[in-house]
Design a protein around this ligand. Sequence first.
Ligand SMILES: NC(=O)C1=CN([C@@H]2O[C@H](COP(=O)(O)OP(=O)(O)OC[C@H]3O[C@@H](n4cnc5c(N)ncnc54)[C@H](O)[C@@H]3O)[C@@H](O)[C@H]2O)C=CC1
Ligand SMILES: Nc1nc(O)c(N)c(N[C@@H]2O[C@H](COP(=O)(O)O)[C@@H](O)[C@H]2O)n1
Length: 295
Amino acid sequence: MAETPLYFSAADRERLEPHLPPPQSPSQSKRTDSPPLSSTLPFITLTFATSLDSALALGPGIRTALSGPQSKAMTHYLRSRHDAICVGVGTAIADDPGLNSRLADDAHVSDVVSVEDESSTRHRIITHQPRPVIIDPRLRWDFTAQSRVMRLAREGKGLAPYIVTLEREPPVHKRSILEGLGGKFIVLNAEQAHQGGSSGTHHLDWRVILSAVRQEGLGSIMIEGGAEVINSLLGENTNLVDSVIVTIAPTWLGQGGVTVSPPRTFGADRPVARLSDTMWLPLGDDIVLCGRIAR
Ligand SMILES: NC(=O)C1=CN([C@@H]2O[C@H](COP(=O)(O)OP(=O)(O)OC[C@H]3O[C@@H](n4cnc5c(N)ncnc54)[C@H](O)[C@@H]3O)[C@@H](O)[C@H]2O)C=CC1
Ligand SMILES: Nc1nc(O)c(N)c(N[C@@H]2O[C@H](COP(=O)(O)O)[C@@H](O)[C@H]2O)n1
């Protein structure tokens, strides 16, 4: 079924600009005073949609629409303004996500081409697509050529993922699907990647993950989720985060949801993290909160 076109106005783009990475191509932004990209890490935007009770989804494995059409368009604009889009394997398994930008072309996006899908229907799409990056240390995601992100890559509407893993020898048939579409496995060195040097856990040092992303030539990354990813970045890795953009939907999902609530890294008497330089952008029924982690 055809999706409603996603439009994001020029005025709202201007308001978001101070919270976005430096533009990489002329069509991505009008901003010209951008600082140079860090050489070792990409610009990192943490972004997700939450309910009023801090839930990302109704429950584990349940794909849950929180964003309305306007804030969804904002997210797809963000996708068009980053080189990469990252989710944990839990999200890849639960959602079978597309992880592309499906923003409708308009006067403000010049990177537009016309493509034909498998049913010979023509679509106009933007050509700057983010590279999906899936964090999957033990290769739990049993993707196929029909997984949504692979189909979109095949149709020229998105890019095939880079899968960050510790598994040195990913299955040959998986490698062939991935590489046939332009994706790849990024195999990390287990000794370097384990936080605290303990290779008994599957918890990897975000700095190592993100350096590997940067080494692929990706200068900016939006990290969308899910809960485990967001909680670990807000809990003990806030120093890595350049910008936070949260869509708040006026709904309560109720108990049992997949929630954002980072661990108390500084003890029980201090907040874990707080935003400064905040900007609130109402979009339809939702509100989008932008800010930086207060240092
Ligand atoms: N509302 C929203 O904006 C979003 C909602 N979601 C929802 O979140 C849910 C999935 O969340 P979770 O189950 O928490 O899964 P998740 O997507 O956070 O993935 C967790 C898994 O990723 C891997 N991982 C993450 N960080 C790692 C690290 N530092 N080192 C090594 N491995 C790491 C591990 O294998 C871990 O089990 C889904 O229901 C999805 O729909 C996901 C993204 C955005
Ligand atoms: N911004 C936002 N709003 C919601 O309501 C959501 N459920 C999500 N989820 C994230 O978007 C991914 C799905 O993307 P596709 O539409 O399949 O491209 C999902 O996997 C979450 O990362 N985000």
